[in-house]
Write a protein that binds this ligand. Structure first.
Ligand code: GA4
Length: 333
């Protein structure tokens, strides 16, 4: 009886059984880039074209910043549910539990979503800082400062690697004081019941692509992240708490006229260990027109997309379900 009700409670979350085999293809090596490698720009471009994803090592972000924030975040998630709920629900910023977005998506996850732009008045982001020890704010600021600098460098190498003269063609959008970027800390509690009940894998965060330009993820050493390859198979990404994982977002796919692919990814909850990840989503200013860069198009090449502003795209994204193909309505037929 107890077992049945547990199973019923878990059934509301997506359980991945074995419909489409979840591949842990050992032969599929996740591309790795050492930021100080003289070949870094070439390797970044190759990884973004083939996977839309790569692991970044030797990135220059001090471990201290990562550990500090991880500790502060764990302190937050250890609070009682009613304490945490005081900073929710996310609108879209704030604390959220199980519900993702506004259109019925759920996952085995709790999270904090913050804006990284001090000009965007988000009372929830401010409440989160006020209701936590000052160390929390310092930890977020320290971490984001270092991650943003590293991210600008990655975007500049990308432009260079693509042969674009204007090295800051992507990074300027994130450096802009009106950049609409955000930051997310996800906590995936372990779920021993799914193993006991033998009912498959519990989805922590369902499959989706990120709408922004680029996403920079760091997690603790618990596995769960999977990326979808071009052939539709899923590959587990071995965790590495000392490295970052970089995702191409939808906006970068458009700016490169499809040369870079925004990567579909998801997170499965672990049965025994909790996973903590922090993701910086670098987005352009709301008014920015998003279109393929002319410098990346050959003479006869046509844009695959209708022109739109980031504000329009973001609005459409927030009206979509997680697994929707958000770019489709913006593709030229
Ligand atoms: C995916 C990337 C970021 O986490 C996020 C997410 C956002 C949210 O959690 O509120 C969205 C999702 C993300 C895409 C589609 C919409 C909006 C949930 C959702 C169902 C913060 C973002 O920018 O887009």
């Amino acid at each position: 009886m107890v077992v049945l009700s547990q199973q019923a409670a878990l059934n509301q979350f997506l359980l991945i059984k074995s419909c489409k085999p979840t591949t842990t293809t050992l032969s599929t090596q996740i591309p790795e880039v050492n930021l100080f490698d003289p070949e870094a720009k070439t390797l970044i471009v190759k990884a973004c074209q083939e996977f839309g994803f790569f692991k970044l090592m030797n990135h220059g972000v001090p471990m201290e910043f990562m550990n500090n924030l991880e500790n502060e975040a764990l302190r937050f998630f250890k609070k009682t549910q009613s304490e945490k709920d005081k900073t929710g629900p996310p609108d879209p910023f704030g604390y959220g539990s199980k519900r993702i977005g506004f259109n019925g998506d759920v996952g085995w996850v709790e999270y904090l979503l913050l804006t990284t732009n001090p000009d965007i008045i988000s009372s929830k982001s401010e409440i989160i800082f006020q209701q936590n020890p000052e160390n929390f704010r310092y930890a977020v600021e320290g971490y984001l400062g270092a991650v943003k600098r590293m991210c600008y460098e990655v975007l500049e190498l990308m432009a260079d690697g693509l042969g674009i003269k204007q090295r800051n063609v992507f990074s300027r959008l994130l450096k802009d004081e009106k950049s609409d970027s955000c930051f997310r800390i996800n906590h995936y509690p372990p779920c021993p019941e799914v193993q006991a009940l033998n009912i498959g894998n519990l989805v922590g965060f369902g499959e989706h692509t990120d709408p922004q330009i680029i996403s920079v993820l760091r997690s603790n050493s618990t596995s769960g992240l999977q990326i979808c390859l071009r052939d539709g198979s899923w590959v587990s990404v071995p965790p590495d708490h000392t490295s970052f994982f970089i995702n191409v977002g939808d906006t970068l796919q458009v700016m490169t006229n499809g040369k870079f692919k925004s990567v579909k990814h998801r997170v499965l909850a672990d049965t025994t260990k909790s996973r903590l990840s922090m993701i910086y989503f670098g987005g352009p200013p709301l008014s920015e027109k998003i279109a393929p860069l002319p410098s990346l198009m050959s003479k006869e090449e046509e844009s695959l997309y209708k022109e739109f502003t980031w504000c329009e795209y973001k609005k459409a994204a927030y009206n979509s379900r997680l697994s929707d193909n958000r770019l489709e309505p913006f593709e030229k037929s």
